[in-house]
Design a protein around this ligand. Structure first.
Ligand code: ZN
Length: 369
């Protein structure tokens, strides 16, 4: 694997990560394909909107259809018909989001499947074995995030367990060419966030996820902890901010040295008729769009905006037509892929601060906390 830094400016970085299934230009936004599909879109449509890499979920695929089954069917790329890079998360976030249903020990986590209530057990070793079966290009280490707010004792215990699990993940055999990323934690405590970055960077991971942020804490806390960790993490390895992806978050995190993102936001809100535009979010169910002949966003170059009006999309949503979900998903994903792409191209131009200010203005983003 190689991660090449091509330019740096004001703490932001432009780079290129080479994986077994191709190259990723960074900063990169990864559409989420939880169930081995980006909801409602074909791989060709996802490719056409400019995405180079997808995220899929170990937790969901392990429960259904199962890692072994996907391996027998030729691996995740073949199974889902996507030949580009795939990152799989470790399931840590999903398992610990089940909250009252999870029992954790140093050995691993026992939880009830959300599908059939069956008892399941994940360990660092089993999670890496599932990701080996899936054959993803980037496998994430098993971790224990904490929710906001968390006590100091809970946060410290979860962080220390995450560090032990990280070392055990590295002892497992990866799939051929598979990269492994550790996940820094530390809750909402500055000292623990610093400690976690320092411990994890001592391990031979190919890159690092910043986990456990944007879980309900104030934005100012998120950005402060993020700045603190990216200042410590090694410059020559990629950094991935996990599960974060409002337009505002993307711009602010890129400015703080983040290289990769994933978020369900653009596709999840699309299915409710909520549309990302420069100038803010709109909901197509609103009556004011009933005869609006304009595109979803004036400046957008996506398939949906080239062909269809707000009035038509609104009609599809009111009529409950599936095409509405598809067209809105294409647009919302394209908006974020393009926002990240425009920011990426600005890094190293010598005009990053000015371009960022224009983007914040165009997108009506909140001022810096
Ligand atoms: Zn569009």
């Amino acid at each position: 694997m190689s991660f090449e830094l091509l330019a740096e400016e004001d703490g932001a970085r432009r780079g290129r990560l080479t994986t077994a299934h191709g190259m990723i230009d960074t900063p990169a936004f990864m559409p989420v394909g939880t169930q081995a599909t980006v909801k409602a879109l074909s791989p060709d449509e996802v490719r056409a909107l400019g995405a180079q890499v997808l995220l899929s979920n170990t937790y969901h695929l392990a429960l259904r259809p199962g890692g072994e089954r996907i391996a027998r069917l030729g691996g995740l790329h073949k199974f889902m018909g996507w030949d580009g890079p795939i990152l799989t998360d470790s399931g840590g976030f999903q398992v610990f989001s089940l909250d009252h249903l999870v029992k954790v020990s140093d050995e691993g986590a026992t939880f009830r499947s959300h599908l059939d209530g069956s008892e399941q057990h994940f360990t660092p070793e089993s999670v890496m074995a599932i990701q080996r079966q899936l054959g993803s290009d980037i496998a994430m280490a098993f971790d224990q995030p904490v929710s906001w707010p968390a006590t100091a004792a809970t946060t410290k215990a979860a962080m220390e367990r995450t560090h032990q699990w990280a070392a055990r993940c590295l002892e497992s055999q990866p799939a051929a060419g598979q990269l492994r990323f550790g996940i820094v934690q530390g809750g909402f405590d500055e000292q623990l966030r610093r400690e976690s970055a320092e411990v994890l960077m001592g391990l031979p991971f190919d890159g690092f996820g910043v986990g456990g942020l944007s879980l309900g804490e104030p934005k100012g806390v998120t950005y402060r902890l993020l700045s603190l960790q990216t200042a410590i993490l090694p410059r020559e390895r990629p950094r991935y901010l996990m599960g974060v992806g409002t337009p505002e978050d993307l711009v602010e995190a890129i400015a703080r040295g983040i290289d990769m993102f994933d978020c369900v936001l653009p596709t999840r809100i699309a299915r409710n008729g909520s549309i990302l535009t420069r100038g803010g979010r709109i909901n197509l169910r609103n009556r004011r769009f009933i005869e609006d002949a304009g595109p979803l966003d004036e400046g957008c170059d996506c398939y949906t905006c080239a062909r269809f009006s707000r009035a038509y999309l609104r009609h599809l949503f009111m009529a409950g037509e599936i095409l509405g979900h598809r067209l809105a998903s294409i647009h919302n994903l394209r908006m974020l892929v393009r926002l990240v792409g425009e920011t990426r191209q600005a890094i190293g131009s010598g005009r990053l601060a000015q371009i960022m200010a224009t983007l914040r203005d165009q997108w009506a983003l909140a001022p810096l906390p």
